[in-house]
Write a protein that binds this ligand. Structure first.
Ligand code: AMP
Ligand code: ZN
Length: 276
């Protein structure tokens, strides 16, 4: 697959980005976000990188070193947010406490914390769009995980762009920096092949903290499904979304603790971090 062509098609079809946008790419240091940053820069977008240093020992140190080098060579500014400076703790401690206190598993906690930090910092950096490296496999996993949990409505806002018309999720101005996913229709296998062909100096290992979670189990059994089937899952689910969105309206408030946007009085981040 020509993933550069697919990215251009997705950007145009869903009006993800404008050439005048200040675009911040959430960089984990993995193949997906590195490839999307590289492609957007090549396409002439005004891009910069935003990375959260999760303080996962040597794994984080290598990612940091790689991204500093990668961004410098590409001529792209990079901001690294240090989790310990932000909260006084690394992700492992936070996860261990929350697992014990609330039985929240790793990937849920990490997702909530990352989304909160990335939104706050994207706004701080004055960005118009926040790009993530989420790919077709991530989206297919979401569809099936929500279905198996009996909560398919959770996916009602699944789209290459948050805040697209009819989605009712507010965009900039309501405290959200619009998040966009140019790799939404690109399979992980194709991104890995692309990153290898470009000889990006990166780690291909999975996050050392992601074990024993529902997402990891789903990823494992979904590895037996072909990319064509993953695409069918995601595309067919997209057709169901207009129906799911009916009656799935919510109002955006300001979290009473942190002032960030939230569906309830207290945002998910403050709900979980309040107990630390
Ligand atoms: P993951 O949740 O690890 O599958 O990552 C999904 C996307 O979230 C990545 O492609 C990145 O765009 C973003 N992301 C994940 N981890 C980080 C991080 N430590 N710093 C910045 N962005 C991240
Ligand atoms: Zn909050």
């Amino acid at each position: 697959m020509d993933i550069e062509k697919k990215v251009v098609e997705t950007i145009n079809r869903y009006k993800l980005l404008k050439k005048t946008d200040k675009v911040v790419v959430a960089l984990s240091g993995g193949k997906d976000s590195v490839s999307v940053l590289y492609i957007l820069k090549k396409l002439g977008y005004d891009v910069s990188g935003l990375m959260i240093d999760l303080k996962l020992g040597r794994w984080s140190e290598i990612h940091n070193e790689n991204m500093l080098k990668f961004c410098e060579e590409l001529g792209v500014p990079l901001t690294i947010v240090d989790l310990k400076e932000e909260f006084g703790q690394g992700i492992c401690f936070i996860k261990a406490v929350l697992k014990k206190q609330k039985n929240l598993t790793g990937c849920t906690v990490c997702g909530i914390i990352k989304r909160w930090i990335l939104n706050k910092w994207a706004k701080k950096l004055g960005s118009d769009k926040l790009v993530t490296g989420h790919n077709l496999d991530d989206e297919a996993q979401n569809v099936l995980m929500n279905f198996l949990k009996g909560n398919i409505c959770l996916g009602a806002r699944s789209s290459p762009a948050t805040g697209v018309s009819g989605d009712r999720q507010p965009v900039a101005g309501n405290g959200f920096c619009q998040r966009v996913k140019p790799l939404f229709f690109v399979a992980e296998n194709d991104i890995r092949a692309y990153a290898k062909s470009k000889k990006f100096d990166i780690l291909y290992d999975k996050c050392p903290c992601a074990f024993g979670t529902y997402r990891v189990e789903t990823r494992e059994w979904m590895s037996h499904i072909s990319d064509k089937e993953k695409l069918a899952i995601v595309e067919n689910f997209q057709k169901l979304i207009p129906g799911l969105r009916k009656g799935n309206v919510f109002e955006i408030k300001k979290c009473r603790e942190c002032g960030e946007p939230s569906r309830s009085e207290l945002c998910n981040f403050c709900k979980i971090m309040g107990s630390l």
